[in-house]
Design a protein around this ligand. Structure first.
Ligand code: AMP
Length: 480
């Protein structure tokens, strides 16, 4: 399994670059030392193998701790520094971690950055001789937006990840390369570059999210990376495309871009193929609940057809079902249901949900996505519910709504995503009835929600009602 492959690569202790962030690069030999030291520490201090929170922003200790946890048979929970304190506390309350690695203040036992670097850098370390992670053990827990206002923790098993990475290796066909990372480690998009880089002994080249919008810095980094493979969201590619210098000239070795997370538009593909004459674009699809992705499609050049999300990996089945869970025929539109090896172990705690189900005797996940199958290829249409993708991030509008409603001075709020003609979310607007001023509401929300979830706020005196007696969202938007 992948941990055995990764361990033997680490044990080669090669001087090839394993990880680059900012001005610093770390070799595979260094990474092995870090992992082995943390592994020994964890086995001694976390005898019950309880989950470990890893807090930070893409520093080397994060990747090293993920691996040490995995070899030691402990689940890890990545949390990025962009998460506000209140939301982190909602996560910690659900997991009650044995240990937090990184500079996060809480009531739980913590090893701060200085301490973890001291542990990692010990020269006399023991080899890792045992991999304690079993296929059915929880490998990581990633938290996503939950409709109740409380983040949901998705429990992904080792067997899920193993299947995902082996499949991805075939889809991407990389041998020792430079793999570019865009996403924070608390988003499952990053799982692709985190592990693909390891199993292929490639360099994992990190773009610091703090610098992501600073074009000068990002383009310098992109040039320096000499990346051959990039993993990103279509939204981020659109942002980069705004600058003319994002082209094959800037990234001469780039051969593949792996997209996931949101609808890939013809426009984005056309622009990329125009600027990059050597690349192939691969569209992948799947929710965090099914371990990064379950389908892939190499988008042909010069195709004007609608872009599909492709064919499922071998060990999963995809069905289109109606509201009564009847299977629908080819080209009929219904909800996308995924069954098989990629389906995660469910949510942490006792979150009620009708999404993780059994279907024809197999574990399955009802995605909430509408789509259809044609000639064996899956097409994604839109969400059935109030979940959106905004700037590449997954957001439940009711998560924002509930967090606003919790502010005691709010009488009522309705949160709506304003979309472009192509269905892409342009902005999220919260209509609120309150005496309070907008800037106070925003300040209070920043304590509860990450920056990308803070909506535009529009004060209203009343909410228009439609013939069903519900809030008329269309009219609200028109008035806005
Ligand atoms: P996340 O859990 O953040 O990966 O978000 C999962 C959701 O993102 C899916 O349920 C879809 O709604 C959407 N999604 C993921 N990949 C794609 C894709 N290639 N095309 C369209 N939507 C996608």
């Amino acid at each position: 399994m992948i941990l055995d492959d990764i361990l033997s690569i680490l044990k080669n202790k090669s001087n090839a670059k394993a990880y680059t962030i900012g001005e610093k690069s770390y070799t595979y030999a260094e990474l092995y030392k870090y992992v082995a030291n943390i592994y020994a520490y964890l086995l001694e201090k976390n005898k019950e193998k309880k989950p470990v929170v890893v807090y930070g922003h893409k520093e080397i200790y994060m990747k090293a701790t993920f691996l040490a946890c995995s070899f030691a048979g402990m689940a890890y929970i990545p949390i990025d520094i962009s998460m506000p304190e209140d939301r982190i506390n909602l996560i910690l309350g659900q997991i009650k971690p044995e240990l937090i690695v990184g500079d996060l203040k809480s009531n739980y036992k913590n090893i701060n950055q200085n301490e973890i670097y001291d542990i990692m850098n010990k020269e006399n370390y023991q080899d890792i001789n045992n991999v304690f992670m079993e296929p059915e053990d929880i490998y990581y827990i990633i938290f996503t937006s939950g409709s109740t206002g409380i983040p949901k923790g998705v429990k992904v098993k080792y067997s899920n990840l193993d299947s995902c990475i082996n499949w991805l290796k075939e889809v991407v066909k990389v041998d020792r390369k430079v793999i570019l990372n865009q996403a924070n480690f608390s988003f499952d998009l990053s799982v692709a570059d985190l592990y693909l880089s390891l199993v292929t002994e490639s360099e994992h080249f990190i773009i610091d999210s703090k610098e992501m919008l600073d074009y000068d810095k990002v383009f310098k980094e992109l040039r320096k990376s000499n990346a051959t493979v990039a993993v990103m969201t279509p939204s981020y590619a659109d942002l980069l495309l705004l600058d003319k210098s994002f082209s094959q000239e800037l990234m001469p070795s780039l051969k593949k871009i792996i997209f996931c997370g949101e609808k890939l538009q013809n426009n984005t593909v056309e622009n990329l193929y125009k600027r990059f004459d050597k690349i192939k674009i691969i569209n992948t699809y799947g929710p965090t609940e099914c371990t990064f992705a379950v389908t892939s499609y190499e988008v042909p050049r010069n195709s004007k057809r609608e872009i599909c999300v492709g064919e499922p990996k071998r060990d999963v089945k995809i069905y289109i079902v109606d509201d009564n869970m009847n299977k629908l025929a080819e080209e009929e539109i219904g909800e996308i249901l995924i069954s098989g090896k990629s389906v995660a172990d469910g949510y942490i705690g006792n979150i009620k949900n009708k999404s993780f189900i059994s279907f024809e005797g197999k574990n399955a996940y009802l995605t909430g996505d509408l789509g259809y199958i044609k000639d064996g290829f899956l097409y994604y249409i839109e969400r059935k519910d109030k979940q959106v993708k905004y700037k590449g991030y997954r957001i439940e509008l009711s998560d924002i709504e509930n967090n606003i409603q919790q502010l005691d001075y709010i009488e009522k709020t309705v949160v709506i995503a304003k979309k472009n003609l192509d269905g892409k979310v342009k902005n999220i607007i919260a209509f609120v009835k309150t005496e309070k001023d907008v800037s106070t509401i925003k300040e209070d929300l920043k304590k509860k929600l990450p920056e990308y979830m803070i909506p535009r706020i529009k004060k209203v005196d009343s909410f228009p009602i439609n013939s069903n007696g519900k809030c008329d969202e269309k009219k609200l938007l028109e008035e806005y």
